[in-house]
Design a protein around this ligand. Structure first.
Ligand SMILES: NC(=O)c1ccc[n+]([C@@H]2O[C@H](COP(=O)([O-])OP(=O)(O)OC[C@H]3O[C@@H](n4cnc5c(N)ncnc54)[C@H](OP(=O)(O)O)[C@@H]3O)[C@@H](O)[C@H]2O)c1
Length: 325
């Protein structure tokens, strides 16, 4: 079977993404051949491409997709040809019309979760699940800051936090994004390009600060997160959209009020089969009951992945983005 797939031989800007047509061998032991119907775009794809997260080169690109099982390797008995499935990796290579992938990396999809929903929401939904429920363990009544609240993970965080009874303070770059964050349930939205975030958060919380600060922006918001977090509160620094946070002097956590700091990744919370199944079921349940609504803000043909990267990195996107093979 001939497949079309993205690859990159050197790290750099979106222009390093190349395309090839190649024969896909039969799936190996423990693998299935998955035909992709919708591919999910995630910020981590840009880190792999740019070299921020180094991977051996040449490499495929992309981790998330939904699709159909087309062939089974030896020893795969939990899936059948024709099953609908989704994955968020961690193996790279989702920007492809089809690929071979370990069966253990797949989540089975039920009829009420369509492919676009799965590709737009699985990685970001599971990230939201572990951040809110297992990492920060947010409690009802807490004040919580969500940076980039109109982004893919951001909009889901806002909704999930409202679901568990938190008060949500979002930050965004534009009025249009502020409207989206408010529509998702944010109680207050701060325009971090023009307003002093920490000052606003303190004013909104009677000086206390937020019990939790979810920061996927990184470098640009690090100081605002430090100054916005309440005594003994937590900063969950879970991403680097503006650049990595480096060189932290631990003493700053004491000076700012005995803060907790974590730098968590999805793959450490979705490692064991039982936690993977439980977490994904929780996401699918909230999607099914409408508690969590997906916003697919952009759709691109798969071959325009480079343009999708440009738009994501230029802060031009809202909600989730999918690529269509
Ligand atoms: N730790 C994990 O396991 C995990 C898993 C999934 C995602 N993540 C992280 O979560 C974050 C969000 O991911 P996503 O895919 O949903 O992306 P996204 O939030 O849709 O896009 C990133 C957003 O960050 C904001 N931003 C602020 N400064 C920026 C800058 N200098 N350059 C680019 N963007 C900037 C922009 O929103 P404004 O225009 O409103 O500023 C932009 O839209 C990323 O950092 C990602 O790495 C982490």
């Amino acid at each position: 079977m001939i497949v079309k797939k993205a690859y990159f031989e050197q790290t750099g800007g979106p222009e390093v993404i190349q395309w090839a047509e190649a024969e896909l061998p039969p799936p190996g032991p423990g693998e299935v051949r998955m035909r992709n119907t919708v591919v999910g775009l995630n910020y981590i794809d840009t880190y792999h491409r740019s070299g921020l997260y180094p991977v051996p080169l040449p490499s495929g690109l992309g981790v998330e997709a939904a699709g159909v099982v087309e062939a089974l390797g030896d020893g795969v008995d939990a899936l059948q040809v024709g099953d609908r499935v989704a994955t968020f990796g961690p193996a790279l290579g989702a920007y492809a019309t089809a690929r071979n992938i370990p069966a253990s990396a797949l989540f089975a999809l039920t009829d009420d979760i369509d492919d676009a929903l799965a590709a737009a929401g699985l990685l970001k939904g599971c990230t939201t699940e572990f951040l809110v429920e297992r990492c920060a363990r947010v409690q009802p009544g807490w004040d919580v800051v969500v940076h980039a609240a109109a982004g893919g993970v951001g909009l889901l965080l806002v909704q999930w936090l409202k679901h568990v009874g938190a008060r949500v303070i979002g930050t965004v770059s534009t009025e249009e994004k502020a409207d989206l964050a408010r529509a998702a349930g944010a109680d207050h939205v701060i325009l971090y390009g023009t307003e002093d975030v920490a000052q606003q958060v303190r004013a909104l919380t009677d000086g206390k600060g937020a019990e939790v600060c979810f920061d996927g922006v990184g470098q640009a918001t690090w100081n605002a997160s430090l100054d916005s977090t309440a005594r003994r509160g937590m900063i969950a620094s879970y991403g680097n959209a503006s650049g990595a946070v480096n060189g932290i002097n631990l003493g700053i956590l004491a000076a700012k009020g005995s803060l907790f700091l974590t730098r968590p990744t999805l793959f450490d919370y979705y490692k064991q089969a039982d936690e993977r199944a439980a977490g994904a079921q929780r996401v699918f349940a909230l999607l099914r009951q409408g508690t969590l609504k997906m916003t697919v803000g952009q759709r691109y043909p798969l071959e325009e992945a480079a343009q999708a990267h440009r738009d994501l990195e230029a802060r031009q996107t809202t909600g989730s983005t999918v690529l269509l093979p």
